[in-house]
Design a protein around this ligand. Structure first.
Ligand code: ADP
Ligand code: TPW
Length: 577
């Protein structure tokens, strides 16, 4: 470790960065050490920050991003220059895409050498590369600007639509010293980093009118609504209007999935049939068929068409991005929902409930679909399929509603999302807007660090591979994470064959019968090989109870999955007609 050469009257760049973060209530850094930030990681720990070191920066970045989503404070990812920066950049871009607040802080090489392209150690113009891929990007060259740099990064990450921010800190900055008192005075405690944005009363009125006159209204809750932490008001809005609602994947649990107004089990019916749709913190992107296309994942394509939309969102540019928005309500979700509720309460008992025909038709579809699902879940095939394994996970989450659930894969994602009910807000975190593989272990680590409670990660075997080495991190910090690898011997399924008959297996196929549980054992955690629902249940329950790092290799029928899960139709060959 480099010796600390500061005198009492001086403060260096390292300490100014740490103090600037601490001053703003940031107590955890997710990162990976190396030149020029190794000492920063040591000093941050010495100064009482939690420094979580990863095995790959992408996982540290994903951890920071989801910590931002869960806490409304920017998650911090710290990396070395060029390659470390690039490894973190994937997560930064994903955070921006998902509207998660995070700051990627990367050390960088000497500016003079980088700009003349003279070949410095890990030379790269990181700021220029990051800029188009995130919400904002800044570089600090002088110690006296560290306070401003950190403050700008925090504001950019959490104000308005949250997103990823890049902060470039050149090696030389850390070693700069300045008068300690002047240095501390230069730091900024950001006042009101995410100012409330109150919606215009006429916009609220317009939305209320539209809703009031709807015959078949529907509410869609997205992860922006989960992020906003306006849980009680959102529930009140749904319940007072009596409008059926659909939760997007990470909005599951905002109201319990078992809520009588949930239309999730009648999704493909309600989307095209609704006449007025109120979207709260969700974009009408591919996950919602762009507000006009086929019903999402539905077998019989049916266009939506003809709906009127209310959209509550903090971004004024979101409205009309895919279809006409008849009543945009621009503001933060807390303020918008409160204003809508105020209008509804003002109507007293006169607020019209949706028609009995609409609710009846939904209930009928729901009960048919739920009964059908119940039959499928009750089967006990050998080997396990997604349903019999997820029937176990569904019970475990029901019995432990505070457990955080991380989820990635294709079939492993889609089946978990539809089978495992969530009961509390922000407990389900997953592949998000991009459907990106690799968030698993980073999210699991951060979920455990932030919540202090047990985490279950349901992972496709392919998905797990993207971040699997972090099982060492999970063991090192002794985190209460239970990873369940749904092992079907490959990507989507394990049955593809090489048509040439040559020695290479098909591109989607992995080593058959692999024992992922041994990976956890290698680092002192608990490994379990589960081939039946009973074995799986016992192992997951024990993991939640003991809080020991655990990896369960759940053997799934290698024929059970479908290509790309529920989005088979997005493959180009499926579009060839
Ligand atoms: P989902 O994937 O769940 O459908 P999206 O990520 O597409 O959700 O949409 C989230 C939306 O929520 C974004 O348009 C974003 O601008 C918005 N948003 C995020 N935080 C807030 C907030 N605090 N207030 C209002 N809107 C928000
Ligand atoms: C960064 C493409 C989507 S889903 C998936 C891949 C590779 C894995 C599916 O297999 P898995 O799950 O996890 O075993 P299952 O249950 O269906 O068998 N690279 C990135 N992101 C994505 N989305 C891909 C590739 C993909």
């Amino acid at each position: 470790m480099t010796t600390d050469t500061q005198t009492t009257a001086e403060i260096d760049g390292f300490h100014l960065v740490i103090e600037a973060l601490k001053l703003n209530g940031i107590d955890t850094i997710y990162g990976l050490p190396g030149i020029p930030i190794t000492d920063l990681t040591r000093m941050a720990q010495a100064e009482g920050m939690r420094m979580i070191s990863f095995r790959h920066e992408q996982n540290a970045g994903n951890a920071a991003a989801i910590a931002g989503f869960l806490t409304q404070k920017p998650g911090i990812c710290l990396t070395v220059s060029a390659p470390g920066f690039l490894n973190g950049l994937n997560a930064l871009t994903n955070a921006t895409t998902n509207c998660f607040p995070m700051i990627l802080i990367s050390g960088s090489s000497e500016r003079e050498i980088v700009d003349l392209q003279q070949g410095d150690y890990e030379e790269m113009d990181q700021l220029a590369i990051a800029k188009p891929l995130c919400k904002a990007a800044y570089r600090v060259l002088h110690a006296e600007d560290i306070g401003v740099g950190v403050a700008r990064a925090i504001r950019a990450a959490v104000s308005g639509r949250p997103g990823g921010v890049y902060l470039d800190l050149p090696a030389k900055l850390f070693a700069q010293s300045m008068d300690a008192e002047a240095g501390r005075k230069s730091l900024i405690k950001v006042i009101d980093p995410a100012p409330r944005q109150i919606p215009a009363p006429d916009a609220v009125q317009r939305a209320l009118e539209l809703l009031k006159n709807a015959k078949r209204p529907l509410i869609i809750l997205g992860k922006g609504a989960a992020y906003a932490q306006a849980d009680a008001d959102i529930r009140a809005l749904v319940e007072k209007t009596g409008i059926p609602y659909l939760p997007m994947s990470m909005a599951k649990g905002l109201l319990p999935d078992t809520h009588p107004q949930s239309a999730a089990a009648a999704r493909s019916y309600v989307l095209p049939e609704a006449d007025v749709v109120m979207v709260i913190g969700a974009r009408l992107n591919w996950l919602l068929s762009h507000g006009k296309g086929r019903t999402w994942g539905g077998k019989s394509p049916k266009a939506w068409g003809g709906q009127k939309f209310v959209q509550i969102d903090i971004s004024p540019q979101e409205a009309d991005s895919n279809v006409r928005i008849d009543a945009p309500v621009v503001g933060d979700i807390g303020s918008c929902v409160a204003a809508m509720l105020h209008g509804i309460n003002a109507a007293g008992g006169n607020w019209p409930k949706p028609s009995g025909d609409w609710l009846g038709a939904i209930d009928q579809r729901k009960s048919t679909n739920i009964a059908k699902m119940g039959e499928t879940l009750a089967k006990n095939p050998s080997p396990m399929n997604y349903h019999s394994a997820l029937n176990v996970m569904r019970d475990v989450i029901k019995g432990n509603p505070d457990v955080m659930l991380v989820n990635e894969g294709a079939n492993a994602l889609d089946f978990t999302r539809s089978i495992v009910d969530m009961y509390k807000p922000r407990k389900r975190i997953d592949v998000g807007t991009w459907g990106v593989m690799g968030i698993g272990m980073g999210f699991a680590v951060a979920a455990a660090v932030v919540s202090g409670g047990p985490v279950i990660a349901v992972e496709g075997d392919s998905a797990f591979g993207f971040s699997g080495m972090e099982v060492e991190t999970i063991c090192r910090y002794n985190l209460p994470v239970c990873v369940v690898v749904f092992n079907n011997n490959g990507v989507y399924k394990g049955t593809d064959v090489n048509p040439t008959g040559g020695p290479d297996v098909a591109p989607t196929v992995f080593v058959k019968g692999a024992r992922y549980d041994k990976m956890m054992e290698a680092f002192g955690g608990v490994g379990v090989h589960a081939t039946t629902p009973a074995e799986l249940r016992a192992a997951v329950e024990e993991a939640v109870r003991s809080r020991k790092p655990t990896l369960i290799n759940a053997v799934i029928d290698e024929t059970a999955g479908t290509e790309s899960g529920r989005i088979t139709s997005l493959n180009p060959s499926a579009k060839k007609k």
